[in-house]
Design a binder for this molecule. Structure first.
Ligand SMILES: [Zn+2]
Length: 161
């Protein structure tokens, strides 16, 4: 376990971020985790891709259908309006998601492209999510159907991978 600048406040609580040498439970690679000691003691993953595989509620599944051009155009239209793509927070990979209250629509995405669908949040919104190679593949597949603005967002997301 490595340490960095951690200060104790007047109550003796430890504040600030530390760097921990952890081993990813999914890919078994050692990596540096930055955060508080309480979170470091929990199961932490080296990347979103590994978290998707390792967390019990982040059930990543493979596609069960092969998307046709029509399916791809449909998904692009959905992503255009309700989607988002970006580099992941550690800047090493790509993520994309689609927010939607109608879970049927997200299950359709899951069947066509794989990934995961979250439980609804407090506002009743669920998310279809993809990380890493799956996310890059999805963005490249729908790319030609996207608006210039969405294309730039996708390029930024992929370019950082
Ligand atoms: Zn990993």
């Amino acid at each position: 376990m490595a340490t960095s600048t951690v200060q104790e406040d007047w109550r003796g609580r430890r504040k600030g971020r530390q760097t921990f040498e952890l081993v990813c439970p999914v890919c078994k690679k050692p990596y540096l985790y930055q955060g508080g000691p309480i979170n470091a003691a929990k199961r932490q993953f080296c990347s979103h891709a590994c978290a998707g595989l390792g967390r019990p509620h982040g059930n990543v599944t493979e596609a069960t259908e092969h998307p046709t051009v029509r399916d791809t155009a449909w998904a692009a239209g959905l992503f255009e309006g309700e989607g988002h793509s970006s580099p992941t927070t550690r800047g090493k990979s790509t993520q994309c998601n689609i927010a939607q209250k109608d879970v049927w629509v997200l299950q359709r995405c899951l069947a066509l492209f794989g990934g995961s669908v979250s439980k609804p949040n407090k506002r009743g919104v669920s998310y279809w999510r993809a990380y890493g190679g799956r996310s890059r593949g999805f963005l490249m597949t729908i790319y030609t159907f996207l608006s210039p603005w969405r294309r730039r967002q996708a390029e930024k997301a992929i370019g950082n991978a």
